[in-house]
Design a protein around this ligand. Structure first.
Ligand SMILES: Nc1nc2c(c(=O)[nH]1)N=C([C@H](O)[C@H](O)COP(=O)(O)OP(=O)(O)OP(=O)(O)O)CN2
Ligand SMILES: [Zn+2]
Length: 133
């Protein structure tokens, strides 16, 4: 299987109001989010591409138009965690991809900081855990 990826950024504010009293993330704050969108295929097209990287630009349009410089609590129902943002972006990007069965949106990864990330991928393509773990 081949996989391509492109990374996008957006800036937004949020607060995670359901966290315990005193947790710093209950307070209004913001992040420069990084979103990596990954597209896979079992074979390549006539150009030797999984898909033109421009396909990923199109998939990310929703992200730029709907999340950049927004307050994420206003955009989402429920807590705007990285995990839930990744799932939301995945669903939106999947809907905007061309309807060619050769291509699969394999994962969306969201990072709030340089050292943390959360990823959403459909269960069918999730890596298997080792027995006994
Ligand atoms: N599993 C998750 N945990 C946390 C999330 C999340 O989306 N998923 N989000 C937060 C907050 O948004 C917080 O702003 C980020 O927390 P953290 O990485 O701790 O941020 P810092 O830059 O302050 O990191 P330090 O290592 O503490 O300096 C919290 N948890
Ligand atoms: Zn935060």
């Amino acid at each position: 299987m081949y996989e391509i990826a492109k990374t996008f950024t957006f800036s937004a504010s949020h607060r995670l109001a359901g966290l315990p009293d005193g947790h710093k993330c209950r307070r209004l704050h913001g992040h420069n989010y990084t979103v990596q969108i990954r597209l896979s295929a079992d074979d390549l097209d006539d150009h030797g591409f999984v898909a033109d990287f421009a396909e990923l630009d199109r998939a990310a349009r929703w992200l730029r138009e709907n999340l950049d410089h927004r307050h994420l609590n206003d955009v989402m129902d429920g807590p705007p965690t990285s995990e839930r943002i990744a799932a939301m972006v995945f669903k939106q990007c999947a809907a905007s991809l061309p309807g060619r069965s050769r291509l699969h949106l394999s994962a969306v990864r969201v990072a709030e900081t340089a050292t943390t990330w959360a990823e959403y991928r459909p269960a069918a393509t999730a890596p298997k855990t080792e027995p006994g773990r």
